[in-house]
Every structure is written in structure tokens, then in C-alpha cells.
Design a protein around this ligand. Structure first.
Ligand SMILES: NC(=O)c1ccc[n+]([C@@H]2O[C@H](COP(=O)([O-])OP(=O)(O)OC[C@H]3O[C@@H](n4cnc5c(N)ncnc54)[C@H](O)[C@@H]3O)[C@@H](O)[C@H]2O)c1
Length: 342
């Protein structure tokens, strides 16, 4: 089996590439990644020199390149992680989200159709469903109601993928997962941002009142779920993946501080994200009923491991936070009444 994994130098994609190479000794993986600010070849050092992994730097919007890869490497299946993935950046500048997330997915689908690909798994998100009140959970039939430019670009890609199944019979599956955490997550996202600031005694910027709720899942559980859907999922189906761990942002931040033995006085509430969704919660019952999957890693255990990973991998994150990321950080939090990272 040869898989084309797109976005495999990002957070979840790199974890997935390593997971699949470990799990299937006979699989080959072609990893296509543009290496945007979020893509990092250092995420893949563990598999450097592995002959079953081929890294190609390139854009999923490049139709000719994508088609040539499918033909040249005799690709059987695509798992599409490549995306602009950060909600705050989509609020600052949405067009790249439309280009990569919608147009890029369209290019992959078209190439898949021409190549008669056997499987296409579109990696999506719970954010396509919009925001919940205090009760209830998202199920696969919940109407799409994306609120941010990021979420609407992902919802558009989902609809395009389903249309390719309906119209052309392309073997599409969609997974929609809740918030991931774990090793190699880019430090703009909530958990690594808070870990790094706490470790370095910087203020921890928490949006609004800190009461926004997310359903956290360890990236290894997400990878295992995608693996299962890829092999046993049904064409044309959507699968919700969640961690069964609803937590308010402020409580996530407090746990990190507690583990690092740092004072809560480091918490600084900042102006809220515009249109910030209040609550997400996934009902992943279909994954359990149909594929026998449930998340395994308890948050209490996973968060401690993750904090320890960032402690051990200072070189990895120091190179990131010293570069272009600094400018972004200043723009986001400097303008929200926070002192910048320096
Ligand atoms: N992080 C989460 O909590 C979460 C939850 C559910 C779903 N998802 C989805 O999972 C996928 C991966 O998320 P992530 O957090 O790993 O993101 P990430 O930002 O860490 O990685 C994205 C990767 O895609 C690459 N990329 C961007 N544009 C590209 C293009 N045009 N062509 C080729 N490569 C390109 C980047 O270089 C990067 O390596 C995304 O599709 C995201 O929507 C993420």
C-alpha cells in the first residue's frame, strides 16, 4: 500500500506518518508538504533515512504536481491533512485558507478522480458544526454551521469531497475531530503556547473569560482513529472523533501551571477572539459502534506527557519561537493589552 499523506510535516500529519510507518512495516508513504510556517522537517527527524518515507516539498494546489505524484508512486490512498489550520490567522487573513483548504482539496479530488484512487480520507474538524450551548453534542448529522473563516473553509472542503463521492463515486471518507494536543504542535495553539509561556515565566494570555469549552484528544488517539477509518470505514461516510474530555480553557491552563509548579498569577485575561465559539463537544458514538474505536489516553496523563515532551525538546521549540513567529505573537497579543514575549 502506498499512501500520499499531505501536510505530513505539520503537527498531526507528522505524528500520523510516524504512527503508520511503525504500524505497517510494508507501507510506503509519500509526504507532500509545502513547508509553510507550520511545516517543519524537524518533526520528522525520527524517521530520517527511512526508505519507506519520501518527502516532497510542494503545494497541494499544484494540479500537475499532484497528478504526477499519484502516477509516479502508484498511490493507493490519500490522507489529506494539508491545511491552513489556525483560526486566529484566518481572522487576520482568510484568503490563504480558501486557497489551500478549499482549492487545494479540490485539486486533490480531481487528481484522485483521474487516477482512480482507491481511498481518499479528508481530515476535518468539529469546528464545521459551529458552536454549542451548555447542552448536547455534535453528531455526524448535525447541520454544518461554521463560524470562522477557517471553519468555513474546512466545511467547504468537506462538501466538495462529498460531492465527488455522490457525483463521481469517488471513495471518500471524512473524519471530523475535536481539538488535538501532543508532541510537535506548533506553539501558536493553546496548549503549547501556555506550556512554553509557563516554562519561561511569561504571562499566559487567556481569551475572554476563559470559559470556552473544547473537547481535547491526544494526537495518538486521533491517528489511531484515522488509521481505522482508512482501512475499515465506509465510502461516502463521515466519522466524528472526540476525546470525551470537555474542558474550559482556563482549566486547561490551570492544569499546566499546576504541573509546572508555576503561580496562577501568570494568567492574563486578554480581549476575546472575534466570533469565538463557546463550546464544542463531540459524540463519537458512531466510531465506537461501527469501528470499535474509543479514545484511550486520559487527559490527565496526556497533558503531563506533553508538558514533559516540551521540556525535553527545547531545541525544537526554541528554533521556532525565535523566528518569524515572534512577529505574529506580537501582533496577536501585543495588540490585546499584553506585554509581548520579550
Ligand atoms: N490541530 C487540531 O486540533 C485539529 C483538529 C481537527 C482537525 N484538524 C485538521 O487536521 C489537519 C492538520 O492539522 P495540524 O494541526 O496538524 O495543522 P498544522 O498547521 O500543524 O500543519 C499543516 C501542514 O500543512 C502544510 N500545508 C499548508 N498548506 C499547504 C499546501 N498548500 N500544500 C501542501 N502542504 C501545505 C503545512 O506546511 C503544515 O505542515 C488540518 O486539516 C486541520 O484542519 C486539526
Amino acid at each position: 500500500m502506498t499512501l500520499l499523506v499531505t501536510g505530513g510535516a505539520g503537527f498531526i500529519g507528522s505524528n500520523f506518518v510516524m504512527f503508520m510507518l511503525r504500524r505497517y512495516p510494508e507501507y510506503r508513504i509519500v509526504n507532500l508538504d509545502k513547508l509553510t510556517y507550520a511545516g517543519n522537517l524537524e518533526n520528522l527527524t525520527e524517521i530520517q533515512g527511512n526508505l519507506r518515507h519520501t518527502f516532497l516539498q510542494g503545494d497541494i494546489c499544484d494540479a500537475q504536481l499532484v497528478y504526477e505524484i499519484l502516477e509516479r508512486y502508484h498511490v493507493d490512498a490519500i490522507v489529506n491533512f494539508a491545511a491552513e489550520s489556525h483560526v486566529d490567522r484566518s481572522i487576520l487573513e482568510a484568503i490563504e485558507f480558501v486557497r489551500t483548504n478549499v482549492e487545494g482539496t479540490g485539486v486533490l479530488l480531481e487528481a484522485a478522480k483521474r487516477h482512480r484512487l482507491k481511498k481518499f480520507l479528508q481530515v476535518s474538524t468539529d469546528e464545521v458544526y459551529g458552536s454549542l450551548g451548555p447542552e448536547g453534542k455534535f453528531v455526524e448529522s448535525t447541520p454544518l454551521h461554521p463560524n470562522s473563516p477557517y471553519a468555513s473553509s474546512k466545511a467547504s472542503a468537506d462538501l466538495l469531497a462529498l460531492a465527488y463521492h455522490h457525483t463521481f463515486g469517488l471513495p471518500i471518507m471524512i473524519t471530523r475531530c475535536s481539538n488535538n494536543y501532543g508532541p510537535y504542535q506548533f506553539p501558536e495553539k493553546l496548549i503549547p503556547l501556555m506550556i512554553l509561556n509557563a516554562m519561561t515565566d511569561k504571562p499566559l494570555p487567556v481569551y475572554g473569560d476563559g470559559g470556552n469549552i473544547r473537547d481535547w484528544i491526544h494526537v495518538d488517539d486521533h491517528c489511531a482513529a484515522i488509521d481505522l477509518v482508512l482501512h475499515e470505514g465506509k465510502d461516502g461516510e463521515t466519522y466524528n472523533i472526540g476525546g470525551n474530555t470537555e474542558l474550559r480553557n482556563i482549566d486547561v491552563v490551570r492544569r499546566i501551571l499546576k504541573h509546572l509548579n508555576k503561580p496562577e498569577s501568570l494568567i492574563q485575561f486578554v480581549e476575546d477572539r472575534p466570533g469565538h465559539d463557546r463550546r464544542y463537544a463531540m459524540d463519537a458514538g458512531k466510531m465506537d459502534r461501527e469501528l470499535g474505536w474509543t479514545p484511550r489516553k486520559p487527559f490527565d496523563e496526556g497533558i503531563v506527557e506533553t508538558v514533559e515532551w516540551y521540556r525535553r525538546n527545547e531545541e525544537w521549540w526554541k528554533r521556532i519561537v525565535s523566528g518569524e513567529y515572534q512577529q505574529y505573537y506580537k501582533m496577536m497579543y501585543g495588540e490585546r493589552g499584553m506585554t509581548s514575549k520579550e
